[in-house]
Design a protein around this ligand. Sequence first.
Ligand code: NI
Length: 194
Amino acid sequence: MTVRKIVVWPDAALAEVAKPVTQFDDALRTLVADMFDTMYKARGIGLAATQIAVGQRVIVIDLDPRNDAEKDPEVKDELNAWGYKGPLAVINPELVSGDGDITWNEGCLSVPGITEDIKRREHVIVKAFDPTGKPYELDAHGLFAVCLQHEIDHLNGKMFVDYLSKLKRDVIKRKMVRLKSEETDDGVEAAQNL
Ligand code: NI
């Protein structure tokens, strides 16, 4: 297992539309394992293959990377209410439906240190496959729904900053260009790093 390099926006790799996975093989399972390693190392809760410059429709999610639900019943209740059952790999996701509104203060491992309020659907149904090629369906609310939409956007070459005004986006872009080569510990909460 390997920690891969996360691409920082702006970068052409982040604007690519990823291709569906066709082979559910060992290479895919290695990619998924590497993506989990990369996400945990970066203290994120979601990562799309796009963010490590791999153009395949693969997402990993762990809304509870510190296993807080085991220690705190309130966290457990919240995760359950969102329909979240534990770490998952989401291959070839398809957004079947969405309803309701939610505004979440989102961050992104590809835009380090920046968070912005983004409005999305509060409830989504997503069809996907697991790394063995078995189909499944997700019924997600709250942060789980936000995370799925954020990561599916990545697979379509779309960033959360694309929802902001051009003015705001350009300010962030200049900041990122400045920060690009630096390693920073930005102090952003894990629950915002999607
Ligand atoms: Ni992101």
